[in-house]
Design a protein around this ligand. Structure first.
Ligand code: GCV
Length: 691
């Protein structure tokens, strides 16, 4: 019996300390001993007090949380912190949420060890910092690679997973203040009363953490759910149906955030089905939400299978509607004009909509960046977009500044990230992918932070608590280098020189530039994008081609239009160039393509080596799990290089330069190989390589 008890004890100790990644970046010490007081009471400030009491180290130190109108200018989420670690610190804000954000700032500050004196004043750049979950009611997650949906619809509203609160806490700790629970490919059923009662439970759990709940809605809900004969936005009964539905929602969830809508896109219904415009559709919903201060996030991800370049279509649809949307409508725009490719130029809609609120949408889940198998730290990609100059109101009109209210007045400013979260113990399917969730929140709060600042902070928080200071000092430079170079490595072996959308049809994991499905939509086929032929490769979007360059403001449009000035990392996005076109390096295009693919493989190997270097500085469990992911990533990089080069060689008819690595695959075998990866599964690597 004693033996058994000992085993149970040992097992439970191992369980408590197992580094399974479930604690994310929230590994503060739990030996707090400070005295925490506040001038107010409330559910949110109580969380702030609890967090600080538990985790702030400093016996006898007073931490004071004060709600005061004096800091109104910082907005409702802003805060001021000042004081000294040795003598006492005060946090002031005009709201409870501001105090909670201040508390998390303070704990981060303690963990990252920045000295004794603190004197900061912070407020977020975007008012609404929102996660979009592409989660379905059957708990599958579209483009999700971290297990099932967190939301246990079958068990709600009675059974409540402890993960709901853990999720809210993690989000609050990085300033995320909104969540859209369900897929933009929305089932009308989400609006049934049964489901709304479940949504209410989640909203109640999230509320004290400052998080508002939103839902994606299907534009045909009045017909599909309500039994009406039409969902025409200008029909009176349709309007009344939405009005009553919204009333029901607010009865259950008084601070409900609003709707996210994907309409007339990829087969989803929308106002155009009734001869109406996107503005008609969005405004009808905005009007019914307005009395409750709800908003509509209307997506601009629209394109049709016609002769027009897909990259131009969102701009063509939305620019003529500029100024026609209500002030509680925000147009949600993906960072690039096509679809979350590893590198895209920014969407030309940024800055072009001058009288319409607009918000960026980033994809945290790695649909086109190796799922949860490859390491790709995405803050570098998002910064590239946010810092891009649109020139729409002169030099310095960056994407960040045309969306955060600095240049155009917007009643609401917002930013969205498609979540990479699921039921996996480590939340994201890959320990290092947690950095992307973290980075999204931190950038949404302050887009001026650098990718490097964020990753250093994340490394210290995520690996710091279980390791000695010396280890962290050793770990930081290696891991930070790895993370900062990781996205570029993926771009280099997946889409060198701007080649894009050559992913396998369906799952978007591996390459399939040869893919040809008779009768399929052309704009879903890789050939539509790479346009390889005996003369050359690339999509001509210059003034001689589709003229997508004209949607950008001068001088960028001219820069992109000329292959001599267009950056090489995006050149085949904008130009169809001959195989012997002389690149800026002096090499012919074909050779440049070979060298670039090859350097992508080298970069993947380099990341793999860097990871092995961190072994002495981190726990064995996370080390091993990530190490095995790097093996997959490196093999995949070779697969990309071999598949693409051997295929494109059929057009270039030129040899692969001898000093790059020989291919280890046969093109015919690669072509006949069908990767059987469903959207909802991780890539099964045995299927990939053992066939
Ligand atoms: C939610 C891409 C993805 C789809 C996604 C769509 C969107 O096409 O492959 O899975 O659907 O974008 O953003 O609406």
């Amino acid at each position: 019996m004693k033996k058994l008890l000992l085993i149970v004890l040992l097992l439970s100790v191992t369980y408590v300390y197992a580094e399974d990644g479930s604690r994310l970046w929230l590994r503060f010490s739990s030996n707090g001993n400070a005295q925490v007081t506040s001038n107010i009471k409330g559910a949110t400030v109580d969380i702030a007090i609890r967090e600080l009491r538990k985790q702030w180290i400093g016996a006898g130190i007073k931490l004071n949380l004060t709600r005061t109108k004096e800091v109104n200018t910082l907005g409702s989420d802003g805060y001021i912190i000042n004081g000294n670690r040795q003598t006492g610190i005060s946090i002031s804000s005009c709201s409870e949420t501001g105090l909670l954000y201040g508390a998390y700032y303070l704990l981060r500050w303690q963990q990252t060890g920045l000295g004794d004196e603190i004197n900061v004043s912070e407020s977020p750049r975007y008012n609404l910092r929102i996660l979009n979950h592409w989660d379905n009611l059957d708990r599958t997650v579209e483009r999700g690679y971290a297990g099932q949906s967190l939301w246990e619809w079958d068990n709600l509203p009675s059974a409540i997973s402890p993960r709901y609160e853990a999720y809210a806490r993690a989000n609050a700790s990085i300033g995320i203040n909104g969540t859209v629970l369900n897929n933009v490919n929305a089932s009308p059923k989400i609006l049934s009363i049964d489901n709304l009662e479940k949504v209410k439970i989640l909203a109640d759990i999230f509320r004290p953490y400052g998080i508002k709940t939103y839902l994606s809605v299907n534009f045909s809900s009045p017909t599909e759910l309500g039994g009406l004969s039409t969902s025409d936005p200008l029909n009176k009964d349709v309007h009344l149906w939405w009005k009553s539905k919204v009333k029901d929602i607010y009865k259950l969830i008084p601070d409900f955030g609003g709707f996210l809508v994907k309409a007339n896109s990829e087969g989803l219904p929308g106002p155009q089905d009734f001869g109406r415009t996107h503005a008609d559709g969005a405004n009808m919903l905005a009007d019914v939400l307005k009395p409750y201060k709800g908003i509509v996030m209307w997506r601009a991800f629209v394109y049709n299978p016609n002769d027009e370049d897909r990259a131009k279509q969102a701009y063509q649809e939305f620019v003529p509607l500029d100024g026609q949307f209500r002030d509680n409508v925000i147009i949600q725009v993906k960072n690039g004009p096509v679809d979350f490719q590893p590198r895209e130029p920014f969407s030309p809609l940024f800055g072009a909509l001058k009288r319409t609120s607009i918000m960026p949408e980033f994809q945290i889940t790695q649909e086109y960046l190796g799922f949860s198998n490859h390491t790709a730290y995405l803050a570098t990609m998002w910064k590239e977009c946010l810092d891009s100059d649109t020139y729409q109101q002169g030099k310095g009109s960056t994407v960040a500044r045309v969306t955060d209210g600095s240049i155009y007045p917007q009643k609401y400013t917002a930013i969205a990230g498609v979540a990479n979260i699921g039921t996996d113990v480590n939340w994201c399917g890959h320990h290092l992918a947690q950095a992307n969730w973290y980075a999204f929140g931190r950038l949404a709060w302050n887009h001026e932070l650098t990718a490097e600042d964020i990753i250093n902070e994340w490394i210290t928080l995520t690996f710091g608590a279980s390791e000695s200071k010396a280890n962290i000092q050793n770990l930081n430079p290696i891991l930070s280098k790895l993370m900062l170079e990781s996205r570029e490595a993926v771009v280099t072996y997946m889409m060198p020189l701007g080649l894009h959308h050559i992913f396998a049809f369906g799952h978007h994991y591996g390459p399939e530039p040869w893919c040809d499905i008779p009768g399929a939509r052309q704009d879903w086929m890789p050939k539509y994008y790479h346009k390889a032929d005996v003369n050359g490769i690339g999509f001509d979007r210059s003034s001689k081609g589709s003229n997508a360059v004209s949607q950008y403001h001068s001088p960028l449009s001219e820069e992109l239009d000329d292959p001599a000035t267009c950056s090489d990392n995006i050149i085949l996005w904008f130009h169809h160039l001959s195989w012997d076109y002389k690149m800026k390096s002096g090499r012919a295009l074909w050779n440049e393509l070979c060298y670039t693919y090859d350097s992508g493989v080298k970069q993947a190997r380099f990341l793999q080596k860097l990871w092995d270097e961190v072994e002495p500085y981190i726990d064995a469990e996370r080390f091993r799990e990530v190490q095995s992911k790097f093996k997959i990533q490196t093999r995949d990089a070779v697969w990309w290089k071999d598949g693409c080069l051997l295929y494109f060689q059929e057009f270039s008819k030129q040899p692969i330069p001898y000093n790059i690595e020989r291919s280890i695959h046969e093109l015919d075998k690669m072509k006949s190989f069908q990767m059987r990866i469903s959207n909802h599964e991780k890539a099964d690597i045995n299927q990939l390589y053992n066939k």
